[in-house]
Design a protein around this ligand. Structure first.
Ligand code: MC0
Length: 143
């Protein structure tokens, strides 16, 4: 099942400008930054308050053919995804598939900070792109 809200993702055109805006306006600090080549994004994770709760993820396109570039073209900057933490992304994906929802990937892909991720198609989740995040290190190695 879903354990908690992991992060909320916001599409931005310029990551550095958005990080400066969030720091100066809301006092949110960046706790992690990386480029995910497979997803075609540059991303920054911002901590809110004491940093123990859900994070804010700023997502900027790394390539013009990426999901974030397409989102910006169609919708402009704004909320792009809602991500939940799960203990087992395969099990969570299978449970939602069994309820008739389309998962975007047959097998999980790599997400932020070595996590394993999958997505529910927004048309099957009330217009919300739902991400499932299994954080790095929660899995017991087999064998
Ligand atoms: C598209 N639609 C959305 C949406 N993106 N609705 C809500 N939220 C979104 N983010 C709507 C469109 O407005 C359109 O609706 C319909 O979905 C189009 O569906 P489609 O033609 O099947 O698909 P595309 O080409 O628009 O792509 C949407 C899709 C794509 C969700 C499949 O963005 C995707 O593959 N996303 C997963 C990967 C991703 O988002 N990567 C970036 C974050 P109408 O009504 O006009 O038909 S990477 C990340 O998040 C990692 C680093 C992490 O957190 O660890």
């Amino acid at each position: 099942g879903l354990l908690r809200v992991d992060h909320v993702g916001i599409a931005v055109a310029d990551l550095d400008a958005a990080m400066a805006f969030y720091a100066e306006t809301f006092g949110l600090r960046c706790v992690h930054e990386e480029t995910n080549e497979e997803q075609g994004v540059r991303e920054a994770m911002l901590a809110v308050g004491d940093g123990t709760g859900p994070r804010l993820q700023l997502l900027a396109p790394a390539r013009p053919d990426s999901a974030i570039a397409k989102f910006l073209d169609r919708s402009g900057p704004g909320l792009q995804q809602l991500a939940y933490t799960v203990a087992d992304v395969e099990a969570a994906s299978a449970a939602l598939r069994a309820r008739g929802l389309r998962l975007l990937y047959d097998t999980p892909r790599r997400g932020t900070a070595g996590s394993r991720i999958n997505f529910v198609h927004p048309k099957d989740a009330g217009g919300v792109l739902v991400e499932l995040v299994e954080p790095a290190g929660v899995r017991t190695p087999k064998g």
